[in-house]
Design a protein around this ligand. Structure first.
Ligand code: AP5
Length: 191
């Protein structure tokens, strides 16, 4: 199986590039942001709690997110692998992902980290906020999401560094150009 962690700050293009990776490699997509937004839309108890946290740009608790991931891995065991988009976001989540995959004799193949300067992230997210009305795409929340990423999520890169699984990819330029860079990285691990 090919199991990819697609990593990067808010607005770095994880969702956009996930779609292209899925099309090419036929992986199952697990996006914790999408899963949480479905809970919010369905107005479940979990969704109500999550919305408040997401609108501030903070992280939802590890326990909730890990539970969701375990369920999804269990549901999609017969595919070619997974793309984890926006997960893990803490070292604790990375450890739990390792355990969950080990239960199925699987492991993370590579962690691809999209690198994009802060000004570009803010520009992309403000534009999306205007175009779609996504509730956390407001300047104050965007800035907090990026700060939370730098504080709580960047340490995950050191976790994968230690396992020699962290590959940085320049996340600026056209969507197709960035995808080419990603395919190059995946080619290296597959061969
Ligand atoms: P989540 O949904 O994961 O959001 P995010 O990480 O903030 O990422 P985005 O979806 O904003 O950006 P992206 O990197 O996917 O980029 P995209 O392709 O969309 O999380 C939302 C919230 O949920 C979190 O803040 C947290 O509260 C909670 N949460 C989620 N996972 C969690 C977890 N594991 N633990 C705890 N809490 C969790 O692109 C962004 C925009 O840029 C788009 O408009 C796109 O069209 C545009 N764009 C993409 N590529 C380019 C390009 N090359 N050039 C120009 N524009 C581009």
């Amino acid at each position: 199986m090919l199991n990819i962690v697609l990593f990067g700050p808010p607005g770095s293009g994880k969702g956009t590039q996930s779609e292209k990776i899925i099309e090419k490699y036929g992986l199952s997509h697990i996006s914790t942001g999408d899963l949480l937004r479905s809970e919010v839309a369905a107005q479940t108890e979990l969704g109500k709690q999550a919305k408040e946290i997401m609108d501030k740009g903070e992280l939802v608790s590890d326990k909730i997110v890990i539970g969701m991931i375990r369920n999804k891995i269990e549901e999609s065991q017969d595919g070619s692998g997974f793309i984890f988009d926006g997960f893990p976001r803490t070292v604790e989540q990375a450890r739990e992902l390792r355990k969950a995959l080990t239960d199925y004799d699987e492991r993370v193949s590579v962690m691809i980290s999209l690198e994009v300067p802060r000004e570009e992230l803010v520009k992309r997210l403000l534009k999306r906020g205007k175009d779609t009305g996504r509730s956390d795409d407001k300047l104050e929340t965007i800035n907090n999401r990026i700060d939370v990423y730098n504080r709580q999520t960047v340490p995950v890169t050191y976790y994968y560094d230690k396992m020699h699984k962290h590959a940085g990819v320049e996340g600026t330029g056209s969507v197709d150009k960035i995808f080419e860079r990603i395919v190059e990285v995946i080619g290296l691990i597959k061969n």
